[in-house]
Design a binder for this molecule. Structure first.
Ligand code: F0G
Length: 460
């Protein structure tokens, strides 16, 4: 059959409240044109993030009822640990309340002034935790990964030559090598098994622990199966095990590829480092058999990890974004290609070429998608990255808009509706004038800044 259907039935639903364009124009104004300030009840299709927004299965909800809330030694922890270890064979698995908590513990131990940490592209919380410790975060993704139109199958790959010279140059200042799969900040692009192994070998040669940020490991494994020579006949579980086999540890947000609404973990092989991590965990998260989570959350994750490696699910998952991507390309909307695992990224700087970067074309597009279709997306561009610690402002490398797809939440007709909204925006896009920032906080301005619309012809 040609049609890839949603491989599930819907037993429980949440209504979407319909709104009109006029109502949304009023809501936008009241929110100072910041989509983070909208009430989610006023959003028709929420593509702000794929994190923590998954629909849990009936089996997961059943497991929630079996969660054991003992402070220490809960059987929920044992089930969680077994499910993680079935996929990622690490010695020590330390639960945390979400991914960034695992990062905070890791870089509390490995970061600090004078240290430098390479990755393909650090996600912003990873970067935040590294920089917060006084260390520096360096992105060494391959050149193809920075070109939205390049069709390289593994645009998340690490640039091995640059990594080798980075390790040679920085020596003892490098406490570990990181790799993010898939590469969220680079468009949800996968990393090949060959590249993972080569990064692991380089880290080993220089005597550095190799840590994978595994948030979207199952999507990455699916791309390996579909795109990497020799991998097509293998099961997702086998590929996942191979992805982590040569690593010394991982950080994980269970809010992504574990179908959970909260949770994460830090996994390590080094007993000494694990001991220090557990001590820090007790200070900041909780006892090592619950780590900032309820027992029921650990059970939801354990079942989610069994479900996420299902090939019918992954085929539907990846196809949804590919389908939206194909239809947008047909409309003439420039996107990051190939489409990523968890999201479609629109190249707003190219599509709204008449809006200068400092009038925030990505933000203008995100606001238009809400106004026209009630769709909430996220600007990843000059609003997010344009302001520097010294107070200056300059255009970010790209002005993208991310349509992040929650897992198992929306259906084919929602996807068609998203495309239809773009059709409508396309008709009026030349009249979009951009925005100026009327107020912003000193850091991370995209969450709380207030915007004012520019009129056509005004400068940013
Ligand atoms: N690493 C990656 C690659 C991520 O995408 C995220 C979160 C984290 C770490 C942090 O995990 O949210 O559980 O603390 N990404 C979300 C997003 C927020 O919308 O892309 P967390």
């Amino acid at each position: 059959m040609k049609t890839i259907i949603e491989p599930f039935r819907i037993k429980s639903v949440e209504p979407i409240r319909m709104t009109t364009r006029a109502e949304r124009q009023r809501l936008l104004k009241a929110a100072d044109y910041n989509l983070f300030s909208l009430a989610s009840d006023d959003v028709l299709i929420d593509l702000l993030t794929d994190s923590g927004t998954s629909a849990m299965s009936a089996r997961q909800w059943g497991a929630v009822m079996q969660g054991d809330e003992s402070y220490a030694g809960s059987p929920s922890f044992t089930r969680f640990e077994k499910a993680v270890r079935n996929l990622m064979p690490f010695r020590f698995i330390i639960p945390t309340h979400q991914g960034r908590a695992a990062e905070a513990i890791l870089f509390h131990l490995l970061g600090g002034k004078g240290r430098v940490i390479p990755s393909n592209t650090h996600f912003d919380t990873t970067r935040g935790n590294i920089e917060g410790s006084g260390a520096e975060a360096h992105d060494l993704v391959i050149e193809e990964g920075k070109d939205p139109a390049n069709l390289h199958p593994f645009k998340g790959n690490m640039d091995l030559e640059r990594l080798a010279s980075f390790l040679a140059e920085h020596g003892d200042a490098v406490p570990c090598v990181m790799l993010t799969v898939t590469n969220n900040a680079g468009g949800g692009q996968p990393v090949s098994l060959e590249n993972i192994r080569a990064v692991a070998a380089l880290a080993k040669r220089f005597g550095k622990p190799f840590i994978i940020d595994g948030c979207r490991f199952a999507e990455n494994a699916w791309f390996i199966k579909k795109r990497e020579k020799g991998q097509e006949g293998r099961s997702i579980v086998e590929i996942v095990r191979d992805m982590f086999r040569d690593a010394d540890g991982m950080t994980m947000s269970a809010k992504k590829d574990a179908f959970a609404n909260i949770g994460g973990w830090l996994a390590l092989n080094d007993p000494d480092l694990a001991e220090k991590a557990r001590t820090r965990l007790i200070q900041t998260e909780g006892f090592p058999t619950y780590g900032g989570l309820a027992g029921r959350d650990l059970d939801a994750i354990a079942v989610g990890l069994e479900e996420i490696v299902d090939e019918d699910y992954l085929a539907y998952r990846i196809r949804t974004n590919e389908y939206i991507g194909e239809r947008l390309i047909a409309l003439g909307v420039p996107i990051v290609q190939p489409t990523g695992g968890h999201a479609v990224f629109i190249d707003a700087r190219r599509w709204l070429a008449h809006v200068p970067p400092l009038a925030y074309p990505g933000h203008a597009l995100a606001v238009a998608l809400y106004e026209h279709g009630g769709i909430r997306s996220c600007e990843i561009g000059t609003v997010m990255f344009g302001r520097h610690p010294d107070g200056s402002e300059s255009p970010a490398p790209m002005d993208l808009v991310r349509l992040a797809m929650p897992r198992r939440v929306y259906t084919q007709s929602h996807a068609d509706y998203i495309v239809e909204t773009f059709e409508e925006v396309a008709r009026e896009k030349d009249s979009l004038a951009g925005f100026r920032i009327a107020w912003e906080p000193p850091m991370m301005r995209h969450f709380t800044a207030k915007f004012a619309p520019l009129s056509r012809g005004a400068k940013g």
